[in-house]
Design a binder for this molecule. Sequence first.
Ligand code: TXA
Ligand code: MG
Length: 322
Amino acid sequence: MQLLEATDKNIAYAAEIIKNGGLVSFPTETVYGLGADGLNPIASARIFEAKNRPAFNPLILHIADKETLGKIADWENSNVEKLIAKFWPGPLTLVLPKKKIVPEIVTAGNPTVAVRMPNHDVALKLIKLAGTPIAAPSANRFGQLSPTEAPHVVKQLKNRVDVILNGGKCEVGVESTILEITGDDIFLLRHGGLPLEEIEAVVGKVKTKPHNTAKPNSPGQLLFHYSPTIPLKFLSAATLTEYSGKRIGAIFFKKKSFDGTFALEKILSTGGDLREAAANLFAFLHEFEKENIDVILIEPVEETGLGRAIMDRLRKASNKYL
Ligand code: TXA
Ligand code: MG
């Protein structure tokens, strides 16, 4: 593994690695991705190996210009153009009927492909120079915390990736919002960095899909995900009693809302800003993973705007420890 600063020269070098079938971790505005040539099935297969990712879980193709979308996907729904015009580049992934050129391994055999245009200079340059859509899941081991800084990627994927481009902290900090477009319908598959309210202001009410948790078609539908290696539960009078005498790492939303002595204490956003809270969430959990504590207790946040994505990730992380 090479950890390189995301200079133009190093981005060009990383693009060559992608062209040659290698794996590059790169920053986006949401989280770091683990990228490979998305039109090369063998290169894309390496992503699944590196992450220990089950083969039923398809990958997102990242593109750098809107024209490329027409080469890999098909659609009739006129809302697609509206969504792209308004939100790309940005933290919105669209699942659309795929064209033949997209390898089956990328879509996990689905007739649809997930596509997004990241709002990050390093990612956009890398995709342009590689000259191909880059298939990239979040650059973590399957089921673990998503990386929002280059050292998080080193921790989980060291020696399983050829190059990591260090582009600093991810501004949004939670993964993209995923919408599936089928005919005239729009379904929400995962809450993420683009708030549902902003989407609905453009296309009207979005539907949700019944869950098929055995073979989910989006990680939004896996029950356990995004888990730190230390148990995580919601902070409440009950969990405080349950863990009294233990070493607790506490994460509050705006201010310390419960009295007590904690081994560690952090505040997601003193101004009560859900965007700032989302941007800090995974980084705080990565920090706590390194500490000698028995449990992470985290205060629930309001489920509006980015609060929906935050609560979705926390529920999945805590499900493992119920
Ligand atoms: O912000 C993000 O979306 C980040 C950055 C790197 O772009 N990527 C990301 O990828 O979160 P990943 O693989 O961790 O989550 C994307 C999910 C997949 O797990 C998959 O379930 C869903 O998108 N997905 C991909 N293709 C799909 C398809 N054809 N139908 C339904 N869901 C799909
Ligand atoms: Mg992921």
